[in-house]
Structures are given as structure tokens and as C-alpha cells.
Design a protein around this ligand. Structure first.
Ligand code: NAD
Length: 482
């Protein structure tokens, strides 16, 4: 296998194939993604059939026999070389990401960085055997053994970062992995696997692009042992149902409805822009984006006005153009969904403090960042995840009440509390029902820390040592000595 330093493969970024058993493979038919900033077609990508999936699973199963026996050092060397090669082609991947996903180039570069940094960091993680007992009578060792063939089902909002965050733990634990990018954003996922094929034995890292049939075929396939899924809660439930037929292991990273609780003693001018950014980053298309903002009544107006002022500075446009902060919504289906929340403005007599209308004749799927002032509890924007740049704000006075409101959701992905009084913030934070709780920040994730959703935001966890375990079976090995 080449190392990234002396033999970095240079990829072409104008043709796209599946990667199966170490080779670039075409399919009988192709399909095209759409550039969301222009609504123009991107280049053709493969459209995998059931037979393509069978071939890929077979290659992954064959590769597993040897890869599962490889040493940690071997896995680490290959993963680091792959991460290094991705780093060297950061700019090409970033441009491709902007073209397919829409996010501004600076954000695309940051995502590629997250991708390789996740792999660099997770290359240092391992699950050594644990000796639970060793005496005259017996030795008992707890081992973490790889599951077999994993499939990574990836959404369209972070196609590189989330794929890398699944490849790294699968590889480090001795599994093989098949990447299935979203049909809306297949390009970067395909290139990742093509690049990986230079650093791993054939069949260890593969990718298949397909249409809406491919995901269900994967979750039903008897040759796949684990599904690492990131996407919506509705799809996650289907994945779980389908995977149950073969008792596949699953990790589900699903939707969110993250609250922020702003206490009365924050520095308004400093915190309001951070809160606004956490609501509108990636045009609101982040599972961890702030989706409900509770502001202490004593600073409500001042904080709201500071959020409005910051929102007005956000430049919307084609992510390939300099200075753009908010790109388009990624696809037409999502655009219509977000537009539905704008239709509610009139229907529910919602009070808009900034934004509120979209240019429906625009060349791309652009949505104006919008803040809704204190909507009624029954309004959809309070309970559903728009996954776009529209967010409600609410005043609060009583701590118990705001905690109850923040927890009044089926979701439990992230939550944050903002206060100069750390004791108060931690007290409130410890009462929030979410897998990730932050004090005076939001959305900070780390490859060394577990990431998981409570309630309908997910099952299991990814990243960190706990994430590694999710790609393993536990084995108790008992040796009798006497
Ligand atoms: P989605 O659920 O529509 O699709 C996700 C992936 O699942 C895609 O690859 C899709 O092709 C595939 N898929 C669709 N139907 C399937 C089926 N029946 N069986 C198997 N696979 C299937 O999600 P999306 O619209 O791409 O992403 C947005 C959602 O993802 C939001 O709800 C967001 O909150 C969530 N998300 C969660 C996290 C997290 O880590 N918790 C991160 C990013 C996005």
C-alpha cells in the first residue's frame, strides 16, 4: 500500500464511479445530482443495482477475513495515510462539496478538515483486551471483536465529515465498510472511497451510489452486520425496523430540536451573534443547529434586537462566491419543507422580527434567515425540525418552567445554557434531556468524545471509545488453568 507522503494518488474530480473490491466500477445506468445554488445538473454518478450491492458485500466479506486479523498498527498506518492524502487534496474536495451541497467554500474547507482530523484522531483509539480475572484457577479476558461488514448511510448535510466519522471507527476495530452517500450528495462520498482504495486492501473501504432503493436494500441485506446511520428520525425508524429482520447492529444518529437557554447575566452583544450563528450555520441544515431559543425576559428585547442585527449581516448566495455566509438549501424536497414553515407565518399569525419572505423565482434554493418572536406552543415551528434557517425565540422567567419547556420535545440531541454564573448554568444544564449539553457554547463536537442522541434523536453513540465499541461484539474469553 502506498503511503501518502511518497505516492499520493491524484484523483480526477470530473468522473465518478463506485469503488468495489479496490476497483472503480461503472453501472448500467447513471443519475445526476443538482447544484442547489444554480439548479443545474452535476456530472453523472452510478446508479447501483441489487447485483452491485451483492458484489460489494461479497468483496467486503472476503476482505474481512484478513482485515479483522490485521494489527492495530497496520490499521492506524493505513488510516493516517488515507487522512493525509485527503488533507493534501483538501481544496479539490472542498470545491466538489460546495458544488454538490451548496455550503460556502470556507465551510466546505472546514468540513474536509473535520473529515481528516476525525481520522487522524481516531487512528489513536483502540480497544485493547481487558483482563477481568487472572488467578490459579482461570484467566478471563474481555475482548472487543469486529462485527463484520458495516454500512455507513450518510445524509446530505455533511457528506464528508460524517462519512469519515464512520470510516475511522469501523476500520480501527477491524471491520470493513461500505459507504452509501445520500442520492442528493453522492460525489464526495464516492471520491473518498476511491481515495481510500489506495491505502486499504480491496474490499475494506467501498462506496456505492444509488437511488432511493439502495438504502432499504442495504438495511435488509443478510451479508451486512452493522448499519451506522445518520439521517432523519423518520428514516431511522425504518432502518431499525428493517435491520431487526436480520438482527443487525445499528447506530442511529437522528434529528434534533436543540434548545438554548439564555440567562439574564450574559453579555448580550457577545452572546447574541453566537446564538444566531448556531441557529443559521449551514443554512440551518445541521442536526445540532439551535432550533428553540429561550431568552430571559429581563434581556429579551435587547437580545432579540442584537440577534436581528447580526442576522442582517449574513450574506446569502452561491457558496462558490467570496463573502457568502449562507448557501442554499440543499435540495428541492427540503426547500419545499422549509418553505412550508414560511407558509405557517400567515396561517398562524406568527410575528416575524427579521426575514419572513423568500424570493421564489431565485435561481437557487435560497431561504432568508428568519426569526419568529414568541410563537404559540401549538405552532409547528415550536415542535418540528425545519432543517432550514428559521428559528423561534421565547422569553422565560422561571427556571423550572424553562427547563420543562426545553425538555418538552421528543428529541434529545443537543442543548445549551448560557450564563456568566457557571453554577447556575451547570444546575440548569444537568436537568436537560439531551446527549450533548454545553455551557456557554453550542455544537462543539470532538472525535475523542462520544456523540449520541437521547429520546428520538438516536440509539447508541458514535466517536470516542464508546463509538469504537459500537462497531464491536463483546467476547468473554475464559481459560481454565486447573
Ligand atoms: P434522510 O433520513 O432522508 O436520509 C439519510 C440517508 O438515509 C440518505 O443516505 C438516504 O438515502 C438514506 N435513506 C433514505 N430512506 C432510507 C431507508 N428507507 N432505508 C435506508 N436508508 C434510507 O435524512 P437527510 O434528509 O439526508 O438528513 C437530514 C436529517 O438528518 C435531519 O433530520 C438531521 O437532523 C439528521 N441528521 C442527524 C445527524 C446526527 O448526527 N444526529 C447529523 C446530520 C443530520
Amino acid at each position: 500500500m502506498p503511503s501518502a507522503n511518497n505516492d499520493t494518488p491524484i484523483l480526477r474530480f470530473d468522473t465518478f464511479t463506485n469503488t468495489v473490491n479496490g476497483k472503480s466500477v461503472d453501472t448500467e445506468t447513471t443519475r445526476c445530482g443538482i447544484n442547489p445554488a444554480t439548479k443545474k445538473s452535476n456530472p453523472p454518478v452510478p446508479n447501483a443495482t441489487k447485483q452491485d450491492l451483492d458484489d460489494t458485500v461479497q468483496a467486503a466479506r472476503t476482505a474481512f477475513v484478513k482485515w479483522s486479523q490485521s494489527s492495530i498498527e497496520e490499521r492506524k498506518t493505513a488510516l493516517i495515510a488515507f487522512a493525509e492524502a485527503l488533507k493534501q487534496q483538501e481544496e479539490d474536495f472542498a470545491k466538489l462539496l460546495t458544488m454538490e451541497q451548496g455550503k460556502p467554500l470556507a465551510a466546505a474547507r472546514a468540513e474536509v478538515k473535520d473529515g481528516y482530523n476525525w481520522m487522524f484522531e481516531m487512528a489513536n483509539l483502540s480497544l485493547p483486551d481487558v483482563v477481568a480475572e487472572d488467578n490459579k484457577v482461570r484467566k478471563v479476558t474481555i475482548r472487543y471483536t469486529p462485527l463484520g461488514v458495516a454500512a455507513a448511510i450518510v445524509p446530505w448535510n455533511f457528506p464528508i465529515h460524517l462519512a469519515c466519522g464512520k470510516i475511522a471507527p469501523a476500520i480501527m476495530t477491524g471491520n470493513t465498510i461500505i459507504i452509501k452517500p445520500s442520492p442528493f450528495t453522492p460525489y464526495c462520498g464516492l471520491k473518498l472511497a476511491e481515495l481510500a482504495s489506495h491505502f486499504f486492501p480491496p474490499g475494506v473501504v467501498q462506496a456505492l451510489s444509488g437511488d432511493d432503493n439502495l438504502g432499504p436494500w442495504i438495511t435488509a441485506h443478510p451479508g451486512i452486520d452493522k448499519i451506522s446511520f445518520t439521517g432523519s428520525t423518520a428514516t431511522g425508524k425504518k432502518v431499525m425496523e428493517s435491520a431487526s429482520k436480520t438482527l443487525k447492529r445499528i447506530t442511529l444518529e437522528l434529528g434534533g430540536k436543540d434548545p438554548a437557554i439564555i440567562c439574564k447575566d450574559v453579555d448580550v452583544q457577545e452572546v447574541a451573534p453566537k446564538i444566531t450563528a448556531a441557529a443559521f450555520a449551514n443554512s440551518g441544515q445541521i442536526c445540532l443547529a439551535l432550533k428553540r431559543i429561550y431568552i430571559h425576559e429581563s434581556i429579551y428585547k435587547e437580545f432579540r434586537d442584537a440577534m436581528v442585527a447580526h442576522t442582517k449581516t449574513l450574506v446569502i448566495g452561491n457558496g462558490a462566491e467570496p463573502g457568502v455566509v449562507l448557501g442554499p438549501i440543499q435540495n428541492s424536497m427540503q426547500y419545499k419543507r422549509v418553505q412550508g414553515f414560511f407558509d405557517d407565518i400567515e396561517k398562524d399569525s406568527l410575528k416575524v422580527v427579521v426575514g419572513g419572505a423568500n424570493d421564489l423565482s431565485s435561481p437557487g434554493y435560497f431561504i432568508t434567515p428568519t426569526i419568529i418572536d414568541n410563537p404559540r406552543e401549538t405552532s409547528r415551528i415550536v415542535h418540528e425540525e425545519p432543517f432550514g434557517p428559521i428559528v423561534p425565540i421565547f422569553p422565560w422567567l422561571d427556571e423550572d418552567e424553562v427547563v420543562a419547556q426545553a425538555n418538552n420535545t421528543k428529541m434529545g440531541l443537543g442543548a445549551s445554557v448560557w450564563s456568566s454564573n457557571l453554577e447556575e448554568a451547570q444546575r440548569i444544564g444537568s436537568r436537560l434531556e439531551a446527549g450533548n449539553v454545553w455551557i456557554n457554547t453550542h455544537m462543539v463536537v470532538d472525535p475523542n468524545l462520544p456523540f449520541s442522541g437521547h429520546k428520538e434523536s438516536g440509539i447508541g453513540s458514535e466517536w470516542g471509545i464508546t463509538g469504537l465499541r459500537s462497531f464491536c461484539n463483546v467476547q468473554t474469553l475464559m481459560t481454565m488453568k486447573a
